[in-house]
Design a protein around this ligand. Structure first.
Ligand code: AMP
Length: 194
């Protein structure tokens, strides 16, 4: 299996680039944000818990999130996927450790972490635009500021975590969607042929 994490700040284009990767490489997409939004829509218990947390811009507790991820991963394995793109997970070092363990238990591992590096000043504008386009409730100025703080405090340390493991692959994320997708495809082709 080729297992990739697509990593970056909120608004860095993880969802958009994941879509490109799915169609190009036939990978299974796991977006934890999307999974949670589906639960909110369906009004499940998890959805109710998640809604209160997401609307404040905070993170869902690690133990709960890891359970959700394990279930999604089992679905991907059961579907016979050639690999998985993890989008929005891990967001903490504890989640990264849990992911490694979950993959090892399934006799596979992470092939690479694609880091979308986007200048800070572009992130807020991109998310405000998305809020208008897609109506995402957490894409409002107050929640976006909080999400960026949470990213810097809890998630950004993963860049060093994966860099130290020699699997962090930085991609300049402020060009056109297609140029960025092309740069990512080159990196993934290299991983595939190695
Ligand atoms: P996203 O669509 O990835 O931007 O996620 C939207 C929101 O869902 C985040 O701001 C968090 O509140 C929550 N969320 C998504 N993934 C995770 C995760 N791995 N850990 C904790 N919270 C998450």
């Amino acid at each position: 299996m080729i297992n990739l994490v697509i990593f970056g700040a909120p608004g860095s284009g993880k969802g958009t680039q994941s879509e490109k990767l799915i169609s190009r490489f036939g990978l299974h997409h796991i977006s934890t944000g999307q999974v949670l939004r589906n639960h909110i829509q369906r009004g499940t218990d998890l959805g109710k818990t998640a809604d209160a947390i997401i609307s404040k811009g905070n993170l869902i507790p690690d133990d709960l999130m890891v359970k959700v991820l394990a279930q999604e991963l089992d679905n991907a394995v059961a579907a016979g996927s050639k690999g998985v793109i993890f989008d929005g997970f891990p967001r903490t070092v504890a989640q990264a450790e849990a992911l490694e363990k979950l993959l090892n238990e399934r006799k596979t591992s992470l092939s690479g972490v694609i880091g979308l590096e986007v200048p800070e000043n572009l992130l807020m504008d991109r998310m405000l635009e998305r809020g208008k386009r897609e109506g995402r409730a957490d894409d409002n100025p107050e929640t976006i500021s909080k999400r960026l703080d949470v990213y810097h405090n809890s998630t950004a340390p993963l860049r060093k975590y994966y860099n130290d493991k020699n699997i962090y692959l930085p991609i300049k994320g402020d060009g056109s969607v297609d140029d960025i997708a092309g740069d990512i495809a080159q990196v993934v082709n290299k991983i595939q042929s190695s």
